[in-house]
Design a protein around this ligand. Structure first.
Ligand code: F6R
Length: 610
């Protein structure tokens, strides 16, 4: 989703801004731009639709020279993908603004500003901010006060940075609902929506909190809270070392991240199982105090993370003996729900910034939940900071928009949560030991699953000319079928639907024909015989199937069925292991279709608007 980078320095900053944008590319965007205040006090700006490279090329032809500047990658919400709608937006050649989020009352403000004589060059909600600051500047000598007065009139979510042509070296920023981080340098300071953008220039960061504003120049950063009181925010040293060019031997980040899963899972397990138990501090200090009283778990998440939650429901109810509901965050937050006694609100999020999930977490504090826990991959994210407990997935930065290693490590975390809660709810030492034993085999099992890569690449051409597909699974493999379908549609743009195989005869069977590949996830578990009946239902209707199966499940390939044998593994970890071939399938189909695998069209990595 949209990305922001800003800099005030003694050195020329165009390159820093462009490199920052490059590093934010993974978030998904459709246009990019930057504005730099030059030594003559003139704001020069370049914007382009498409990739940051197009912007870089344009700046290469017409270099922008200045020591203060702001830059942005835009993911269109209000207004199409055009150069005019790309940020920065500039009012009267003097007030330049970049903005993440959505200004909900932009239409009303637009009319008011038009009445004051302002003309609009774009269809965006953002442009109201720059005209509003420009207008307020007429009655406020100080830029900070003008921005403060302007944002008081905004409704919605924003992370915004303002630059004024009369104020070289100064940037004013405001955060409400859209994350911003300040990067601290020597004789220079920076702002960004994601610290990754700033890692080449600093490893010292200060995270703005909700409602914060900051006044930034080269040597000083002043932060004010929502009440306008000057506050100090902690400075964090980051050990992040993400290299934007770091695909290694792989053609795409997604492929690299698929192959990183054995080591990501090893990291996720490292030091967390002690003496046959999940270590006490895995979910944060004092977590057992909260977990010991939990009688119900409410999981809230979006997309792939929601699928992880759906798998966890099977585990929590069958092993930990707690009831569990799982809901999509955008539904949960807008309905009246019943809060069970001693209920734990669990959010699952790769980024920790997904707007709906974050809003659900905030809502849970008003609803009387016993406490909150987040399963997250970004330690500095809003969800980690605002939850009572946190489990860090330790997957390492995930760049591909389609989530892979974040998902499988979320599942590891959810199994550990099952153990941690289960120990207080009658889960025996033997049962815990079985889970732990099984978890320990997981990295090696994932490595074996990755060996299917060539076989899956070989069958991918059979999908490339298809428009629709159906994924089937039962039990914990039903959410995995959903995840497989999501991956395929995301990166290959083939319509994919997932069904619990038992539901087939209640409607989707009508879709079956030779042009609708059916992908079946079939480990050797207690539902295997039921699943085999469903497979026969498809076969009888002339369907073509691709069955990912345990060899002991004894599926026999024929004209209507291709069988891909997946390494034998314990039933418990099978949802994690069977995820791998489905990820590979979507990847190789996307390669044949020639899509933009790491940045699929219309999608964003961190969905910070609702
Ligand atoms: C799919 C994908 C998305 C995310 C969803 C939630 O591959 O990545 O569906 O899972 O946008 O994002 P997080 O996990 O950051 O809350």
């Amino acid at each position: 989703m949209c990305g922001i980078v800003g800099a005030t320095s003694e050195r020329r900053i165009s390159e820093i801004l462009l490199e920052g944008l490059k590093r934010l590319e993974y978030r998904g965007y459709d246009s990019a731009g930057l504005a730099v205040l030059n030594d003559q006090g003139v704001i020069e700006s370049v914007r382009r639709t498409g990739k940051v490279q197009a912007l870089k090329d344009a700046v290469g032809e017409h270099p922008l020279s200045g020591t203060t500047g702001i830059a942005h990658t835009r993911w269109a919400t209000h207004g199409g993908v055009t150069e005019a709608n790309a940020h920065p937006h500039i009012s009267d050649d003097c007030i330049a603004v970049v903005h993440n989020g959505i200004i909900e009352n932009h239409e009303k403000l637009r009319e008011q500003l038009k009445g004051l004589g302002y003309t609009f060059a774009s269809d965006t909600d953002t442009e109201v901010i720059c005209h509003l600051v420009h207008h307020e500047r007429k009655t406020h000598d100080d830029l900070f006060e003008a921005v403060q007065a302007a944002i008081k009139q905004l409704e919605g979510a924003y992370g915004t940075v303002v630059m004024d042509c009369r104020e070289p070296g100064r940037l004013v920023v405001a955060r409400s609902g859209s994350p911003l981080v300040i990067g601290l340098g020597i004789g220079e300071n920076f702002i960004a929506s994601d610290q990754l953008a700033l890692l080449p220039v600093t490893h010292k960061f200060m995270y703005l909190e909700e409602g914060d504003m900051a006044d930034i120049n080269r040597t000083e950063v002043k932060v004010y809270d929502a009440k306008g009181t000057r506050v100090e925010r902690d400075i964090h040293e980051s050990d992040g070392n993400y290299d934007a060019g770091g695909k290694g031997e792989y053609r795409h980040f997604m492929l690299k991240e698929i192959h990183e899963q054995p080591s990501a899972v090893r990291n996720a397990l490292e030091g967390r199982i002690v003496d046959g138990h999940v270590a006490d501090d895995v979910f944060g200090n004092g977590s057992l105090e909260l977990l010991k009283d939990i009688e119900h778990v409410q999981i809230v998440a979006c997309g792939t993370s929601y699928h992880a939650g759906m798998v966890a429901r099977y585990w929590l109810e069958s092993m930990a003996g707690v009831s569990c509901n799982v809901e999509i965050a955008s539904e949960f937050r807008y309905r009246t729900s019943h809060v069970h006694r001693n209920s734990l609100l669990v959010t699952i999020s790769q980024s920790g910034e997904t707007a709906d999930t974050l809003a659900a977490l905030r809502l849970s504090k008003e609803l009387g939940y016993k406490g909150s826990l987040t399963i997250c991959n970004v330690s500095t994210s809003s969800m980690v900071r605002e939850s009572d407990l946190a489990y860090m997935t330790r997957a390492g930065t995930e760049i591909g928009v389609a989530s892979t290693k974040a998902f499988t490590t979320q599942l590891v975390g959810l199994l550990m949560l099952t153990l941690a809660i289960g120990q207080f709810r009658g889960m025996s030492a033997e049962q815990q030991e079985t889970v732990i034993k099984s978890l320990k085999t997981l990295p090696a099992k994932l490595e074996e699953a990755l060996l299917l890569s060539d076989a899956i690449e070989a069958l991918a051409p059979e999908f490339a000319d298809k428009f629709h597909s159906l994924f089937l699974g039962r039990g914990t493999q039903y959410p995995i079928a959903m995840e497989g379908a999501l991956k395929l549609k995301e990166i290959s743009y083939i319509h994919a639907e997932a069904y619990a195989a038992g539901e087939l005869k209640h409607g989707p069977l009508a879709l079956i024909d030779a042009d609708m590949p059916v992908i079946v996830v079939a480990p050797n578990d207690e539902l295997l015989e039921k699943l085999k009946s469903n497979v026969e239902e498809v076969r009888a209707r002339g369907g073509i199937m691709y069955v990912f199966a345990d060899k002991d499940a004894h599926f026999k390939g024929d004209n209507s069925m291709r069988v891909i044998n997946v390494t034998h593994c314990d039933e418990l970890i099978a949802p994690i292991v069977y995820t791998i071939p489905l990820q590979l399938l979507s990847y190789f189909v996307a390669i044949i279709k020639g899509t933009d695998v790491d940045q699929p069209r219309n999608l964003a990595k961190s969905v910070t608007v609702e």
